[in-house]
Design a protein around this ligand. Structure first.
Ligand code: ZN
Length: 157
């Protein structure tokens, strides 16, 4: 998908005539963002039930402004940085496997995976996210001193 396509779809949805100028504005303002970011911003826009003071219309029904979508993406992404984001190769942190063993219903009794059903395991990106999350938690002061000392020692020849 391209910005042109997204813009054309929105125009169709809002029964609005496409214009080159508007398309250029969309490309300029939203070109740096991924389709999924823009898509999500559009979804948030559609769900906006606030009423515009001037027109008395529900904001979600109006044609979204690219600048407003950009703001929405930036705001959302900064809130979301603490949340899990898949590497894109897995299913939201899960990888489907169709052979090998599972842990099984009883401890110490692994069962072969039914290839028709499959099984899931955590993707590396999820483990990395957990590690990041742990590190981003504020450390108690004592621990931080310890970590700083370790870093210094490691850096010494
Ligand atoms: Zn992954």
């Amino acid at each position: 998908m391209s910005i042109e396509k997204i813009y054309a779809d929105v125009c169709e949805e809002k029964h609005r005539k496409l214009t080159d100028g508007e398309l250029r504005a969309w490309q300029d303002v939203l070109g740096e963002f991924s389709d999924s970011d823009i898509d999500a911003a559009l979804r948030r826009h559609r769900h906006n039930t606030e009423v515009d003071d001037f027109t008395g219309k529900v904001l979600g029904d109006l044609m979204p402004m690219p600048a407003a979508l950009k703001l929405s993406i930036e705001k959302f992404n900064s809130v979301e940085t603490g949340k899990f984001r898949s590497c894109g190769k897995c299913q939201e942190g899960w990888i489907y496997v169709y052979k090998g063993l599972t842990v099984g219903p009883n401890p110490g009794d692994p069962q072969p995976i039914d290839p028709k059903v499959g099984a899931v395991r955590r993707c590396q990106c999820f483990h990395e996210y957990c590690a990041r999350k742990m590190h981003s938690l504020p450390d108690p002061p004592q621990k931080r001193t310890q970590r700083q000392r370790t870093t210094v020692l490691k850096g010494m020849p």
